[in-house]
Design a protein around this ligand. Structure first.
Ligand code: AMP
Length: 280
């Protein structure tokens, strides 16, 4: 496996399967890389590690974002990556050059979700993904369902801009207690780590209700009991992220909340019958 800092050195890895990340890798990222490996066959698998300043709206969040390059490289190697692209800010955004922000798909600014709380975030996400696709030139890229709105926005951007890259979703990988794995989990104090499991419980509770309003209320109640005031807890169309209409297809229930200082997000397909309790 090769560590690549310069875009020119990526030429031999074009046309493969790509996994963009911000590092501080965990088993969720590892699953994405293994999926990329399985999809790629003999073609190359490229992972990028870049903490993108343009998608952070709080300087403190950017500065505190965990950086663990050595451990990350070991995970990429064992999951089967051929190259790890670790560009500097100057490689991504060369001084004197303007790296464009592509037109934002409608799902990026759907009211009541990420944009309401992180204005400009998806402009940064689209900019960095567009730039990475240009440098890595993958045939496919794997994105996690954990960041559902990001997945739908990037998929829409790739389609609308005809970027020639197929966006492949990967299911969310969770801790045994249900908490979605996230690089930010390691920033949680132990009591907050326990509280954070309520996010998944609230989503599951919402999935037991057939009407959106009841589902949202039921989920919010679980959060309230755990003293969590969510930024949003909403049932939406899975593809457009708009509130559900009568003819809506698949739906998703999504949550964002601050637990202590740490902002976490999660989501589930909605509704979904609760699994049957084990007999005995
Ligand atoms: P990040 O480095 O957190 O920006 O994430 C890089 C990629 O990994 C994104 O496509 C995320 O959706 C995905 N990802 C992060 N956490 C998980 C998880 N727990 N399960 C599956 N995919 C994840």
């Amino acid at each position: 496996m090769l560590l690549v800092g310069e875009a020119q050195a990526l030429a031999e890895f074009h046309g493969g399967v790509f996994v963009p990340t911000m590092g501080a890798l965990h088993s969720g990222h590892e699953a994405l890389i293994r999926r990329a490996r399985a999809l790629a066959g003999a073609r190359p698998v490229v992972v990028s590690i870049f903490v993108n300043p343009t998608q952070f709206n709080e300087k403190r969040d950017f500065e505190h974002y965990p950086r663990t390059l050595e451990a990350d490289a070991a995970i990429c190697e064992r999951a089967g990556a051929d190259a790890v692209f670790t560009p500097t800010v100057d490689v991504m955004y060369p001084p004197g050059e303007t790296i464009p922000v592509p037109p934002l798909p409608a799902a990026a600014t759907e009211p009541g979700l990420e944009d309401a709380h992180r204005p400009g975030h998806f402009a940064g996400v689209c900019q960095v993904c567009h730039r990475l696709f240009e440098l890595v030139r993958p045939a496919r890229a794997v994105f996690g369902e954990k960041d559902w709105q990001q997945l739908t926005v990037v998929r829409a951007m790739a389609r609308e801009q005809r970027l020639g890259v197929e966006i492949m979703p990967h299911e969310t990988i969770r801790e045994p207690d249900g908490l979605a794995m996230s690089s930010r989990n390691r920033l949680l104090a132990p009591n907050h780590r326990r509280t954070a499991t309520a996010l998944h419980r609230a989503l599951r509770e919402a999935c037991a209700h057939e009407r959106p309003a009841e589902a949202e209320q039921a989920g919010r109640r679980v959060l309230l009991v755990n003293r969590i005031a969510p930024e949003y807890f909403a049932v939406r169309c899975a593809d457009t992220l708009m509130p559900l209409s009568a003819k809506a297809g698949p739906a998703r229930v999504l949550v964002a909340a601050r637990i202590g200082d740490v902002r976490l997000i999660d989501n589930l397909p909605w509704p979904r019958p609760a699994p049957l309790a084990k007999a005995g």
